[in-house]
Write a protein that binds this ligand. Structure first.
Ligand code: ADP
Ligand code: MG
Length: 731
């Protein structure tokens, strides 16, 4: 069998299997080999039902029956029940609070359950077990495959694959078996350089492929997973380092700020910079003084003052004359800055801040600088000719003309800013606020024909662990704002268990009576579909708004805000909230509230155990700009001490980074979101837990790109990197 062979030519596949493989995007033998097990199940840990002892955590296999859901008699908590039977006996199962689980399995199905053996009034039962469907499991089947291994006593493990209807883990197991038997891997070439494998004790591709699918023991499986996790991070690093290398090949305007002028500018702020801000400003100015473009990421919590840092960089930029071809400063014109925000609201807010910073006034030395705003709904320019203290609307054509001839040095806008139609005369700095990645393709658009590229400053408030930042932002240098401006009131954060709910509402009522406003963040928009019941206990924004109006805050105006509402409706609600016409806003966690309402000083977050700490921290950030004392109430459904302990970190952590690191150690890389959010697979995320591995991948990638930027000596590796990333373009 060859790696490129199509599966349907080598295997007899029925219609369902074909469909399933299609869905998993598995077409060739190679695709199948690179479809890795998500984990391994260990049959040696399985117990017989008759051997169970109360108090143990136990795993059992068996057939399910008598499934039903009901409400508990006393507490009215929904619960699920059933029975499981193996060859030795029967035991009851109970799911408290998770009735939906009972709906995800059917009577007669074979499952593996892991739960706590508990003694009840009517005998022992398995409490809140996790389950896994095992359609072909060994107990009742005549498959000797697993039994044979079991006897040989090597601690047997069988692979579990992402399954989809029509295809099982067992099918994968046999298919891989067949591929391996036919010696398909004998001539497979490794794309990872040999010396790197040796240095980090990683198995070769051939060995790793065998070990990941058919491990003899845990160690082999781990070793194989380690290799593929390393490989993924290494490939991402190669791509990012190559990006960086490419961008740095360009020339840039060298910006050498005049110390004294910079000082004047800093004095314009009604505050003095924090140490973090000062350090970031210094690093950025040093970067911009070089003759190749900066690529820097400024990370800092909401409210840490990123705008002031960016404004200072912008100031240094617009105060300098452009250089001519020979590097000599011209005695006319000035350099330009583009400032990109993710939404129109934010772009407009930045425009207003910049007018303050750059507007100039009689008492300071600073001259005024023209600032433009470009968004989908129109263009503005400051200052207005008629009313020099203010801005005026202008036509897009006029604005573009003044940007193109260099008359407007600072242009703020949404991503419309880097469209082809927007031409700058001397674009020297691009600030990108809150956009996760500014990829190769977007960057390339910024490079001028004469090979001059602007300095890039990206900014984000999304706190992520260092290992993840080093990986996904491998092409950027990092600056962190670790402290908040002094004098800022801390948000008082409380973890509220269900028994304290009423009390808490009364405290909140006092704040509402004093005229403050409240956000209520819910994990869902609508009531869960009763058929699915997957999220039985998760509050929905719509239902919660109704409930609060009916049962708790009758006297107040309550509205909802969620992503399924029309843009107009959303804006209307936000407007009413910021004008105080609405007292309580029930929103989902995903909806970006967008504008800053200083009078909204209280935030409730429902279903807190569902969120990571870093995410909760970001949600809480909505009340951080309040002028009054702000409060955050984290409502946890569970009483579990572990949950409450974890959430307590929100009261003690100094910043979002600390919380992101905690998420990683407490709940693992899965907590951070994989493919969807960062473009890293679950296996790759395993590497994110491992700082040594991430650093190794980074060091090797930097070395390789330095030695051989186009990877000419490593064609297989180049191909792999290319295949893994849609964006990678070697010349
Ligand atoms: P973010 O990092 O979320 O973009 P902003 O730049 O919007 O934060 O700053 C939040 C608020 O803090 C603004 O009102 C800003 O004027 C103020 N601010 C920024 N730096 C300082 C500082 N060093 N001391 C006091 N206030 C500051
Ligand atoms: Mg900001």
């Amino acid at each position: 069998m060859q790696l490129n062979d199509r599966l349907e030519e080598k295997f007899r596949l029925d219609a369902n299997q074909k469909k399933a493989l299609n869905k998993l995007k598995i077409f060739s033998v190679a695709d199948l080999l690179f479809h890795f097990p998500v984990r391994y199940s260990d049959i040696s840990e399985v117990k017989k039902i008759t051997e169970l002892i109360p108090g143990d955590m136990a795993t059992i296999y068996g057939k399910i029956s008598k499934l039903k859901t009901k409400k508990s008699f006393r507490t009215k908590i929904p619960m699920g029940e059933g029975e499981i039977e193996d060859l030795s006996g029967k035991i009851k199962i109970t799911w408290f609070n998770q009735a939906y689980l009972a709906k995800m399995i059917k009577n007669g199905e074979n499952v593996k359950l892991t739960g706590k053996v508990t003694k009840g009034k009517n005998g022992i039962y398995l409490a809140n077990p996790e389950f896994e469907k095992m359609p072909d499991m060994p107990i009742d089947s005549h498959d000797t495959l697993f039994k044979k291994n079991n006897i040989s006593n090597i601690g047997f493990s069988y692979p579990i694959y992402t399954e989809t209807r029509g295809i099982t883990s067992m099918w994968f197991y046999h298919a891989i078996e067949k591929i391996l038997k036919e010696k398909t891997l004998d001539n497979i070439e490794d794309y990872i350089p040999d010396d790197i494998l040796k240095k980090y004790h990683l198995p070769t591709l051939k060995t790793a492929l065998i070990w990941i699918h058919k491990p003899k023991n845990k160690k082999d499986a781990e070793s194989a997973r380690k290799r593929f996790a390393f490989e993924e991070v290494f490939c991402i690093q190669l791509e990012r380092q190559h990006d960086k290398f490419e961008y740095r090949k360009n020339k840039s305007f060298q910006i050498k700020p005049n110390e004294k002028e910079a000082q004047y500018f800093l004095e314009r702020f009604p505050f003095s910079l924090t140490n973090s801000q000062k350090k970031s400003v210094e690093t950025i100015l040093a970067d911009m003084a070089k003759n190749f473009p900066m690529s820097r990421l400024l990370e800092g919590d909401v409210g840490s003052g990123k705008t002031a840092v960016a404004a200072t960089a912008a100031y240094a930029t617009v105060n300098q004359r452009p250089q001519d071809k020979n590097g000599k400063l011209q005695n006319f014109g000035n350099l330009q800055v583009a400032y990109m925000a993710p939404t129109e609201i934010l772009a407009t807010q930045h425009f207003e801040s910049f007018i303050e910073y750059f507007g100039g006034n009689a008492t300071t030395w600073t001259p005024r600088v023209q600032v433009g705003l470009i968004t989908g709904s129109g263009c503005r320019k400051f200052p207005s000719k008629v009313n020099p203290g203010s801005w005026t609307t202008i036509s897009r054509a006029q604005l573009l003309k003044w940007v193109a001839n260099g008359e407007i040095p600072i242009l703020i806008g949404t991503h419309a800013l880097i469209q082809k139609t927007v031409k700058f005369k001397n674009l020297a700095l691009v600030v990108i606020d809150e956009q996760h990645r500014f990829g190769t393709a977007q960057r390339r658009k910024l490079i001028r024909k004469d090979g001059v590229a602007p300095h890039l400053l990206s900014m984000t408030a999304t706190p992520i662990p260092r290992t993840l930042a080093l990986t996904i932002y491998g092409d950027l240098d990092l600056s962190l704002l670790l402290e908040m401006p002094a004098g800022r009131k801390q948000i008082i954060t409380e973890i509220i268990t269900p028994n304290k709910r009423e009390e808490t509402y009364e405290q909140i009522r006092k704040e509402l009576e004093a005229g403050r406003q409240l956000y209520v963040i819910c994990p869902r928009i609508f009531e869960p579909d009763p058929e699915k019941e997957l999220a039985l206990n998760v509050k929905s924004a719509v239902a919660e708004a109704k409930r609060l109006k009916k049962e708790v805050f009758q006297e107040y105006e309550i509205e909802v805000l969620h992503s399924k509402m029309s843009k107009e409706k959303k804006e209307k609600v936000m407007q009413d909230f910021s004008e105080g016409k609405i007292n309580i806003l029930c929103a989902t966690s995903v909806v970006e509230v967008g504008v800053n309402v200083p009078n909204a000083t209280i935030i409730i977050i429902e279903g807190a155990e569902r969120f990571g700490l870093a995410q909760l921290h970001q949600l809480r950030g909505r009340v951080i700009r309040s002028t009054h004392q702000a409060y955050c109430y984290i409502f946890a459904e569970a009483k579990s001490e572990k949950t409450v302990e974890r959430l307590k970190a929100l009261k003690t952590a100094k910043n979002g980074f600390e919380l992101a690191e905690l998420d990683l150690t407490l709940r693992g890389a899965g907590e951070l979101g994989g493919t969807k959010q960062w473009g890293i697979t679950d296996l790759g995320m395993e590497a994110i837990k491992n700082i040594k591995m991430v650093e190794a991948a980074r060091t090797e990638a930097i070395r390789l790109i330095e030695e051989d930027p186009e990877l000419l000596k490593y064609p297989l590796l180049k191909q792999k990197v290319h295949q893994k990333s849609g964006e990678f373009h070697f010349e």
